[in-house]
Design a protein around this ligand. Structure first.
Ligand code: 1BN
Ligand code: ZN
Length: 343
């Protein structure tokens, strides 16, 4: 695709008003999902959940492609299905926005996962509505992940992130990993007392863009400056060299309890995350597009990092023939101003 077209798409996108994230619609999706009840992987209820997601995507003119497989868990073999909806952009290189739609299996109580499993799926459905009506410079893929939750009571080993691991394995095998330029992972964003911490496993420049956008929108009471380290569906993507950020509120009293129900979550929290993600998207696109334009087809920051000394991170490949001006993408500073990220 001609570079001029991409530049035009970026300019058009800056001029065209983007439909706003409507937390009223997202809230209705959340209500419907919670009303299905517990939705663990392999259950009839998760099949019903898929039907709901597919119907809602179809209502926005999007086809959900099923990625189905059977996975062996420590307790049983489970049929799992990721759902993928693609919103074409000017370029085929894509940003994946993902979240899980399964809920954790509990036999001793009724777990409906309003924030944990419900909020991410509801959020992606509203995002489908917004992004379908936008001129997207890069392709956007909405990825509804199955099997995020551990099948055993405790999270450990490979008994978790079944869907993201499967997706990355397939993408490696079919060659589609090459056009995957960034992952935004959305998880547990419904907490009515929303406070999202920076995840130190996530890619610094992506985290910076998200938190800087929140600060500019005066939403830094929700996207707080604290850090924590999260294991979640972004790890398989990071391991494959994809810049990734996990947007998750784990400071949630109701986490993995029967209290994670509709009373614990709020539409306002969905709105905050919707505003920040949509506000950050043009910056992420500009950052990626700039790198695509500068390097042809390659995104320089995809190579695995090797830490040389404190605050200096460079790609591990020995033969490094990028022009000097790109080295700033490898340096890790505290918060890179948006101006340095191509604005
Ligand atoms: C998120 C929601 N996770 C599980 N349900 C992932 C996770 C597990 C995050 C353990 C932190 C600790
Ligand atoms: Zn969970």
């Amino acid at each position: 695709m001609a570079k001029g077209l991409l530049a035009l798409a970026l300019a058009l996108q800056a001029l065209t008003p983007v439909p706003k994230f409507d937390s009223g619609r997202a809230w209705e999706h959340l209500r419907q999902l919670v009303a299905i009840g517990p939705r663990p992987s392999g259950s009839p209820a998760i099949e019903q959940t898929r039907k709901y997601i597919k119907e809602q995507l179809a209502a926005n003119g999007l086809t959900a492609v099923e990625q189905a497989w059977d996975d062996q868990t420590p307790i049983d073999k489970v049929h799992m299905v990721n759902l993928v909806a693609t919103i074409p952009g000017v370029r085929k290189e894509r940003i994946v926005i993902a979240g899980h739609y399964d809920t954790k299996l509990y036999r001793q109580f009724r777990f409906v996962g309003a924030s944990d499993g419900g909020s991410s799926a509801a959020f992606l459905l509203e995002l489908a509505h917004v992004l379908k009506g936008r001129k997207n410079p890069l392709t956007i893929e909405l990825l509804f992940l199955d099997g995020e939750e551990a099948r055993l009571p405790e999270w450990g080993g490979t008994d978790n992130t079944y869907g993201s691991r499967h997706y990355v394995d397939v993408a490696k095998r079919d060659g589609s990993l090459a056009s995957l330029k960034a992952l935004l992972l959305i998880d547990m964003i419904g907490d009515r007392d929303l406070d999202i911490r920076r995840d130190t496993n996530s890619t610094p420049w992506l985290t910076n863009v998200i938190w800087e956008t929140a600060r500019r929108q005066n939403l830094d009471d929700y996207f707080i400056a604290d850090s924590t380290r999260i294991e979640d569906d972004h790890l398989p993507f990071l391991a494959a060299g994809i810049p990734s950020v996990d947007i998750i509120d784990l400071d949630y009293e109701a986490w993995h309890t029967p209290k994670d129900n509709i009373d614990a979550v709020s539409a306002r929290s969905l709105q905050v995350v919707g505003d920040v993600v949509l506000g950050a998207l043009p910056h992420i696109e500009a950052h990626l597009s700039k790198t695509l334009i500068l390097t042809g087809r390659r995104i320089v920051s995809r190579r695995p990092y090797k830490v040389l000394k404190a605050n200096a991170i460079v790609p591990s490949r020995k033969r490094f023939r990028q022009p000097m001006f790109k080295t700033k993408h490898f340096r890790q500073s505290n918060v890179t101003p948006l101006t340095e990220l191509g604005h």
